[in-house]
Design a protein around this ligand. Structure first.
Ligand code: CMC
Length: 366
């Protein structure tokens, strides 16, 4: 029953009014704080985009990119003091689960400070968790370099090139916000109970990590590896679709055409790698997958979503596969933060209703 299915997914239900972002799924257009995503990426680095989102969300006094750069630098230094506690509390956990725990180590104290603390801590925690996986010690942040550059530096223990910083900033800026997606809705529901920023972000990150939302890119790389060779592409795709498997990196609830973020990442990875063999292989798999989906599901409008090229781009940046969902969270936390600011200003508890279809106590016939 299609209409019932869409009701359960709250398809097309408007749950907020916001100047933060707009997704036009028919035109394949994403507007963030008044800018088409392609223009936003050209004009801002991550700190600039965070300042813009906070200003648009109504934060007072309105921060500049430089204010955010300074505050996030300090927040990374503070977060580093929590790394021993983080590593002790997350033994045996994945990087994704580790970041979830990391966010919950933070305090909800202080309005703006909690926002800065949350956004600032993510790269420090992710880098420390990744290095622990490789048996290496965590590297202290450098408050003087930008957020993207410092993340790569903390991750690998050597400075990032300018091209890498540009590519990571393109990724981080692009995914800061994306309409009323599942994790942002979660953040707003929690914020509406006045539980505070950290609580909203812990919940939002839990929603993000599922494979139907932000947990797909790791699976995209698994798919590319599993396919392995060009000769194997078509047979692999047909077999998986016939088994009823979903191809990771394709399809979207809102986009019925190509996700514009896929193009931003495709361009970024081409610039970064000069279109190396891995990237060419990914493009060949993409072309074949779109044809296979069209043949198998002619009535569905399935196109490439951003997770496909997220996987390829972050891999080219040397970010471990196990960290891609966490790195998505490292950016999206900025969008959650802006939505929490907005929701707290709205001040209204989000409390929908359900329709009871169970037995009535006085229904003798039942
Ligand atoms: N591969 C194969 N079939 C698919 C896919 C896919 N990736 N996506 C949807 N379909 C089919 C689905 O099986 C169904 O077919 P049928 O009616 O024959 O059963 C039909 O298309 C409609 O699917 P739906 O489940 O009603 O669509 P939805 O709006 O609930 O799903 C989605 C959206 C993103 C969950 C889904 O497309 C999917 O699972 N994609 C793979 C996972 C993925 O790439 N996730 C990242 C999403 S983008 C990141 C973000 O913005 O958060």
């Amino acid at each position: 029953d299609v209409s019932k299915a869409s009701a359960f997914g709250l398809d097309n239900v408007v749950a907020a009014e916001t100047p933060l972002s707009h997704v036009d799924g028919e035109a394949g257009r994403l507007i963030i704080a008044g800018h088409d995503v392609e223009d936003l990426v050209a004009a801002y680095d991550f700190e600039g985009a965070v300042a813009l989102l906070w200003r648009v969300a109504g934060l007072e006094p309105a921060p500049s990119g430089d204010d955010v750069r300074r505050d996030l630098g300090r927040a990374r230094m503070e977060a580093f003091r929590l790394v021993p506690a983080l590593l002790a509390a997350t033994r045996g956990l994945s990087v994704t689960e580790g970041l979830r725990t990391g966010f919950s180590l933070l305090s909800d104290e202080g309005d703006l400070a909690a926002h800065i603390r949350t956004v600032g801590s993510a790269p420090v925690f992710i880098a420390a968790l990744c290095r622990r996986d490789e048996g290496k010690d965590a590297i202290a942040p450098d408050a003087e370099v930008g957020h993207a550059a410092d993340f790569i530096r903390m991750l690998r223990g050597a400075p990032a090139s300018e091209a890498e910083v540009r590519a990571l900033n393109a990724y981080l800026v692009t995914v800061t916000d994306h309409g009323m997606n599942a994790s942002t809705f979660t953040a707003r529901v929690i914020a509406s109970t006045r539980a505070g920023m950290i609580s909203a972000v812990v919940g939002a990150f839990c929603a993000l990590k599922g494979p139907l939302h932000g947990g797909a890119p790791g699976h995209v790389l698994d798919m590319l590896d599993d396919i392995g060779t060009r000769e194997n592409i078509d047979a692999w795709l047909v077999r998986e679709i016939a088994k009823g498997e979903r191809l990771m990196g394709f399809g979207h609830r809102v986009y019925k055409v190509r996700d514009p973020r896929a193009d931003v990442f495709n361009k970024a990875v081409m610039l970064l790698t000069n279109g190396n063999e891995r990237v060419r292989f990914a493009r060949d798999v993409e072309t074949a997958a779109l044809a296979a989906l069209k043949a198998a599901k002619p009535n569905q409008r399935l196109d490439t979503n951003m997770e496909y090229y997220t996987a390829v781009l972050l891999e080219a940046l040397g970010i471990p596969r196990v960290a891609v969902t966490a790195v998505f969270g490292m950016s999206r936390v900025a969008g959650w933060s802006a939505h929490v600011i907005e929701q707290e200003r709205v001040g209204r508890l989000i409390r929908p209703q359900s329709r009871y279809v169970g037995r009535w106590p006085d229904d003798k016939a039942a």
